[in-house]
Design a protein around this ligand. Sequence first.
Ligand code: ADE
Length: 273
Amino acid sequence: MRIDIVTIFPGFFGPLQLSLLGKATQRGIIDVRVHDLREWANDPHRTVDDAPFGGGPGMVMTPGPWGEALDSILARAGVDTSSVTPPGGGTRLIVPSPSGVPFRQQSAAGYARCDHLVFACGRYEGIDTRVIEEVGTRVAVDEVSVGDYVLSGGEPAALIMIDAIARLLPGVVGNASSVADDSFGGGTGPMAGLLEGPAYTRPREWRGRVVPEVLLSGDHAAIARWRRDQSLRRTAAHRPDLLGSLPAGALNARDRQVLADAGFPVMAEDVAH
Ligand code: ADE
C-alpha cells in the first residue's frame, strides 16, 4: 500500500520507521512518503495560512499550496483523477479533523483494502474547505476524527490511523488470528463486539499476586468461558455502550448472569437460549 502524507511537520512521522510499521516498510508492504506542504508555498516566507474570512480566532490553511500539493502527489502516483474512486479500492484522501466522521476498527479495515491513501494534515483552524470540495470531485475524500477531543493538528491523528490500518495488512502482524481477536476485531468469533480481558504471563506468582488457576488448568473450554466472563465484565465497566449495540441473541443466559453479577442490567430479549 502506498501512503502519502502532506504536513508542515514532516518530522512528526519519524515513528513510522519504528516497530511493526518500520518492519512493514522494510518488507515493502507499505511505502510511506512524507511531503512538506511548504514546498508548494510560492512566497519567500513559504506562508501556508491566513486569517479566517468572517473573523474569529486562529488561522486557516490557504487553498493554493494544498491544491498544488495534492495535484502533484496524485499525478506523481499515477492516479487517474478523472472520476471519483469507488469505495473499497484505489486512492482515498483522508483529512483528519475533529469534525470528521468517527474512525473505527471497521474504517481501518475498509482503508486497508485501498491501494493508496493520502493524508492531508491540517493545522491551526483547519484547511480552507474549498480544497476538500474541489479535490473531492476527482478523488474520494473522507474527513475523519479519531476521537471526541481536539488535537493540535492532524498529524497525531494520521499516525493513529496509519498504525491501525497498516497492522491489518497481510504480513504486518505475525499472527493473523491475534488481529482477528482484538477488541473491536469486528469478527464473528466468541468475543465479537466485546473488549479484551486481562492477560497474564510468567511468573505464576508476582508480588503475592497469582495467575488465575483456570489459566493453568489446560481445560480449554473452561479457559474460553473464563475469558468471555472477563471480557463481559470489562466491557460493562469500561464501555457499557458496546453492550447496548451487540446484535440480538449475542448474549446467552450465562452471559446475562455474569453481567447481572457485575451490576449491569440486561434486557430479556438480548438473551439467546
Ligand atoms: N485534528 C484535531 N483534532 C482531531 C481529531 N480528534 N481527530 C482527527 N483530527 C484532528
